[in-house]
Design a protein around this ligand. Structure first.
Ligand code: AMP
Length: 205
């Protein structure tokens, strides 16, 4: 039997989910970008959904959004509350049971996803959320927010995967890439999801 096709709906950005490093990274530009994103979301009245930590880019972004009067929702598994230093001044901190629950809750709360520079945790979250789009679990756009060419090696790898015939179904269509926060937000809002069938539901991932 053919799986159902999800309806096409415009992207209204009430909340954006952000994946980013729990460390500052080597260049001041990374923390600066995280702050700009937090501030811009708050000024535009867009809520921030993120991992709930207070260190690195996560903390810098959350603090900037809170200082600008924004809504900031953290989602953290209880096992990581101590280790990741949970941010205690958020609008709301959801403590969940597992990493999977964290990603599922972030994905359901957010209307789109932005990934900032980060490490393997950031990439894991980014890739899993992206694969959910490919499986028809959601129809929400993904954006890579870049600074100093951080995402160029990944984009090269993706282009290579594509040229080698591994990106079937055009998953790149879900992925935007920008260096400017405002431009990325405008692009996310203008995103029209490609037709995709529902091959899995969140409970099946
Ligand atoms: P990192 O990019 O390694 O600094 O990690 C950034 C965030 O990714 C942190 O909040 C980590 O808890 C989170 N993270 C690390 N591993 C995973 C995982 N397996 N699934 C989901 N999130 C993860």
């Amino acid at each position: 039997m053919t799986p159902p096709t999800l309806p096409v709906t415009p992207v209204v950005l009430q909340r954006v989910g952000v994946y980013c490093g729990g460390n500052d990274g080597a260049r001041p530009a990374y923390v600066a970008l995280a702050r700009t994103l937090g501030q811009t979301l708050a000024r535009r009245g867009i809520g921030l959904v993120y991992g709930g930590g207070r260190t690195g880019l996560m903390g810098a972004m959350a603090d900037a959004a809170l200082a600008a009067g924004g809504e900031v929702i953290g989602v953290m598994p209880h096992g990581l509350v101590e280790r990741e230093v949970a941010h205690r001044e958020l609008t709301h901190l959801h403590i969940v049971d597992s990493m999977h629950e964290r990603k599922a809750m972030m994905a359901s709360l957010a209307d789109a996803f932005i990934t900032l520079p980060g490490g393997i945790g950031t990439l894991e979250e980014f890739f899993e959320t992206w694969t959910w789009a490919q499986l028809g679990v959601h129809r929400k756009p993904m954006g890579l927010l870049d600074v100093d060419g951080f995402w160029e090696p990944l984009l090269s790898m993706l282009a290579y995967m594509d040229s080698e015939g591994f990106l079937r179904g055009n998953p790149r269509a879900w992925l935007l890439h920008e260096h400017h926060v405002e431009r990325l937000l405008v692009a996310l809002e203008a995103f029209v999801a490609p037709e995709v069938r529902t091959w899995a539901r969140l409970s099946e991932t």
